[in-house]
Design a protein around this ligand. Structure first.
Ligand code: KG4
Ligand code: ZN
Length: 351
């Protein structure tokens, strides 16, 4: 293989929320991907920003060293460094971004700041086969729900986004109401597999006639009203009374409502844009029903679905290293004064 700037060795650092992660991309392949999940937030029922920043600070050196050692790469062999710029928690982002800049400065190598959502979007290219351009990407995470028309690398048109809660946020809030802990998406997924998805008719919300936007706060509220109506208690106390089959049915019915909406919107986006390939990424893309249903429904229409393995669905350094390598290859490096940004939209081109 010829040595191009795209296959230089890139260190990717991700600290936007509660995962401290670092990965090495060597000749376009992931050579290591270390993810340290901060378990401390579970006892607070959500991510506590100040605690996240402190944990990132405590962990960052160790995580980066493990990633280097795991890949058998020395710091001196690095060709570039990428770190997440946003969106995310500013204090958390600041840790990885500053660390990445300082290391790149010290080594005299290119540094590039990466949009976390672009990380999720391009994570499908960490797998083989990967989608062909143009394609549609459904990015579903704890903080975001986006549908993007990806015409070419870094040529995106935003087709739809959530008007209120993100899909993962709805999973987490419902899990909290049911007393299932935080984060609750994976727990609901597991319990749902034992339940009847048609037991309770939670609403499917499709806001707007012409848009491909999402709204998940209505589904979340109907779960709350359902629990009250059924005498299953107020948030937090519900689990004690909704147990066994009843609890599994609530999880399955809620999950089915969210998945129905996500799948319908993704298929409609593919229809409107005329693409054949759909990428599914972000933490919620780990959901087993979502993966299965989107594959089945897309297959019926002759469309292909690409989803990364679970390790690349959650927040991870590999996706940041990958986008970093794409950016560095295109000369899209960042100055050392680039700031962390709590809000950062996916780069959009005019359609
Ligand atoms: O992408 P991610 O790791 O972090 C953000 O950027 O937000 O996504 C985390 C979200 C959480 O809301 C979590 O509950 C959800 O992904 N999640 C799931 C599953 N695994 C993780 N949601 C539904 N089903 C799952 N199996
Ligand atoms: Zn994420």
């Amino acid at each position: 293989m010829s040595v191009t700037r795209e296959n230089i060795t890139v260190l990717g650092i991700e600290t936007s929320c509660d995962e401290t992660s670092a990965a090495l991309l060597v000749r376009g392949s992931v050579a290591s991907n270390v993810i340290s999940s901060q378990l401390i937030h579970a006892r607070y029922g959500g991510v506590v920003p100040e605690l996240a920043s402190r944990a990132h600070q405590r962990l960052i050196i160790q995580v980066v060293e493990e990633a280097l050692a795991g890949a058998g790469v020395r710091k001196e062999d690095l060709g570039g460094i990428a770190a997440t710029q946003g969106p995310g928690l500013v204090g958390a982002l600041l840790v990885g971004l500053s660390f990445g800049k300082a290391l790149a400065f010290g080594l005299g190598i290119p540094f590039t700041a990466v949009n976390h959502m672009e990380g999720h979007l391009y994570s499908v290219f960490l797998e083989d086969p990967s989608p062909a351009y143009p394609f549609v990407a459904l990015i579903v995470s704890g903080g975001h729900t986006l549908l993007v028309h990806v015409k070419a690398p870094f040529t995106h048109v935003l087709l739809g986004e959530t008007l209120d809660d993100a899909a993962g946020e709805a999973f987490d809030k419902v899990a909290k109401m049911l007393g299932l802990g935080y984060p609750g998406g994976a727990v609901i997924d597991r319990l749902a597999s034992l339940g009847d998805p048609s037991a309770i008719a939670f609403p499917r919300s499709f806001p707007g006639e012409s848009t491909l936007d999402f709204s998940f706060s209505g589904i979340k509220t109907s779960v709350l009203y359902f629990l009250r109506r059924e005498g299953l208690g107020e948030p937090g106390a519900a689990k004690a009374r909704a147990a066994g089959q009843r609890l599994a049915d609530i999880c399955a019915s809620f999950q089915a409502a969210v998945v129905d909406v996500l799948v319908a919107r993704a298929l409609e986006a593919a229809r409107r844009t005329g693409v054949r390939d759909i990428a599914l990424a972000g933490g919620v893309s780990a959901n087993s029903l979502l993966r299965r249903t989107l594959r089945e429904e897309a297959g019926k229409r002759g469309l292909n679905v690409y989803t990364p393995r679970l390790e690349y669905c959650m927040d991870n350094g590999a996706m940041i290293a990958y986008v970093g390598s794409m950016r560095i290859a295109r000369g899209m490096t960042s100055p050392f004064d680039v700031p962390p940004l709590a809000r950062l939209r996916i780069a959009e081109t005019v359609s």
